[in-house]
Design a protein around this ligand. Structure first.
Ligand code: HEM
Length: 521
């Protein structure tokens, strides 16, 4: 008698059914594992290697929600980064492309790989109506009135062109830069800072602020004024605070959290939508200092019958894009300088001097082009804190890196991993060393290759990258020129909170903000 028959024979009869079921499930499960992760890959070497999982259908879904970064790192250790690999999330396959050369192939496969579904999904999750989404992604006549449309693309496609028109170097970009400069010039004064709601303590000579909360408030309010003009702030003076509350919880939007688990995020978003609806009710010509892009988008949207409620969602998304990453990167630049290498502050003082007359920033081009230390701190902060990923839907089978990716699944390029490659960025890639971007040191320019992707790439390359850099450098240069910054209390350097999905730059954990004293120089 075999050991199994003996076991069954000796069992009380009421347990035999259970044991048989468990044994059958075990046989099924072992066969499934053997087929799925041993036999199938041998029969299909043309498909990307997959990170094995224990529970059918569920796959790595829960681990992805816990920390997509940690899961991708585990998968790339198991599968190797040279070739694309796959992970299963709740029954659907996500292909990961982590080799910089292969990312270029993804960008070139515009016809079979699409981003539109994700852009649409994002606006839909924020309340864009089904009808408006359908209308926005329907191709328009080439000869339509308004913004030129030589390729006969949809309103959704034209939005990118309109961003480029506003945000690429030229007169329209200068309008926004000047509005940023004007706002910061007026508000980066001790007296103005002391009247703000973020102040922890103050006296006649200095003021102490929690750095992340304060920078976020300032950069967001500046961004609001620079794009939307004054009218929005007069509708809701605390709109920036509502946005920050939303933004800190915006991973719930990206994970599509149900309403009952995301009340705070939804209520902050609702408040913002109300402000945009009121803003849209003001005649365009009365919205002082609002930039061309906003009006042009509104006109185009109205031209195809889209109503205020949906235009408010578009404005909300723009507000989100304008502010979410710039507030964080401005914080990181200051945080790294204070915590990791305060010796760089003196050289920055010296090099920005040429852009100032007294305390007034008069030469913006000088800040953008002639301040190498500041520029390296910008690049190194982006490198260390970028946590973006590009996602594409596969419309028809596509080969990337020699591996076939199947229709209906998704491809993800996780940019963060590219930025920690010691072969590209040199020694100690986990730590802050802005000198790695010093071209004069002979190591080449790491921002020129396919491993530099803080702004994504291909046809979704960030159209806001120029204004993001320029407005951040204006802010940091003005702060360093006008104030001495001092860390208050014992705090260690904060860590980017890479566990939560973001649209670009990671923030910090809620408890990791720290106090900084600002004293006029
Ligand atoms: C440090 C600041 C910023 C970072 C790191 C950043 C990063 C990114 C990344 C990684 C993408 C690509 C997403 C993808 O491929 O799926 C992107 C797209 C985009 N960003 Fe930014 N961004 C920044 C600032 C801004 C600003 C200030 C704006 C102003 C409006 C902006 C507007 C956009 C737009 C409109 C897109 C979508 C482009 C398209 O699909 O046509 N970004 N950004």
């Amino acid at each position: 008698m075999s050991p199994l028959s003996e076991l069954l024979h000796n069992l009380p009869p009421q347990y035999v059914g259970y044991v048989c079921t468990i044994l059958l499930l075990l046989i099924f499960w072992v066969s499934w594992r053997l087929w799925r992760f041993t036999i199938f890959p041998i029969l299909h070497p043309e498909l990307p290697k997959e990170l094995p999982y224990w529970i059918p259908f569920l796959g790595h879904g829960p681990a992805f929600f816990k920390s997509s970064e940690a899961l991708v790192a585990r998968a790339s250790n198991y599968c190797g980064r040279q070739e694309p690999f796959a992970i299963t999330l709740f029954g659907s396959t996500l292909y990961i492309v982590a080799n910089p050369q292969h990312t270029v192939e993804v960008y070139k496969s515009n016809h079979s790989l699409s981003f539109d579904e994700f852009a649409e999904e994002l606006v839909r999750t924020n309340g864009y109506s089904k009808w408006a989404a359908k209308t926005s992604y329907t191709d328009l006549p080439k000869d339509k009135a308004g913004f030129p449309n030589p390729k006969g693309t949809s309103f959704g496609g034209l939005i990118r062109q309109m961003h480029i028109h506003q945000l690429y170097p030229g007169d329209r970009l200068r309008v926004i830069e000047d509005q940023f400069l004007d706002w910061y010039d007026r508000n980066l004064q001790l007296k103005s800072i002391q009247t703000g709601s973020m102040v922890h303590s103050s006296n006649g000579n200095d003021t102490t602020v929690p750095l992340m909360a304060w920078v976020s408030d300032y950069v967001t309010r500046a961004g609001e004024a620079a794009y939307f003009g004054d009218s929005l702030g007069s509708i809701d003076p605390d709109l920036a605070q509502a946005f920050l509350e939303f933004d800190d919880l915006s991973w719930q939007v990206l994970y599509r959290y149900p309403a009952f688990l995301s009340g705070r995020m939804r209520s902050a978003r609702r408040r913002m939508m109300q402000a945009f609806s009121k803003y849209l009710a003001i005649p365009q010509e009365e919205r002082t200092n609002s930039v061309w892009l906003l009006k042009a988008m509104e006109d185009e949207a109205r031209g195809i019958g889209i109503h205020d409620q949906d235009i408010a969602v578009l404005y909300f998304n723009i507000y989100w894009l304008i502010n979410t990453n710039t507030r964080k990167i401005a914080f990181w630049m200051l945080a790294f300088l204070l915590h990791c290498d305060a010796s760089l502050i003196e050289p920055i003082h010296a090099e920005i001097d040429g852009a100032f007359q007294g305390d007034t920033l008069t030469n913006l081009t000088y800040i953008y082009q002639s301040c190498p230390t500041l520029d390296r701190v910008w690049h190194e902060s982006l490198r260390l804190c970028s946590n973006a990923a590009s996602v594409r839907l596969i419309r028809s089978d596509t080969t990337i890196g020699g591996k076939r990716m199947l229709t209906g699944n998704r491809i993800m390029i996780p940019y963060r991993q590219l930025h920690f490659d010691g072969r590209v960025y040199g020694a100690d890639p986990d730590n802050f060393h802005p000198e790695r971007f010093d071209k004069a040191k002979g190591g080449g320019d790491p921002t020129k290759g396919p491993s530099w992707r803080p702004f994504g790439g291909g046809n979704t390359l960030c159209t806001g990258r120029y204004i993001a850099r320029r407005s951040t450098l204006i802010f940091v240069a003005l702060i360093l020129r006008r104030f001495d910054l001092e860390l208050v209390g014992p705090t260690g350097p904060p860590e980017p909170d890479i566990g939560r999905p973001v649209l670009g730059i990671s923030g910090i954990k809620d408890t990791e903000d720290f106090m900084v004293k600002l004293r006029p120089r």
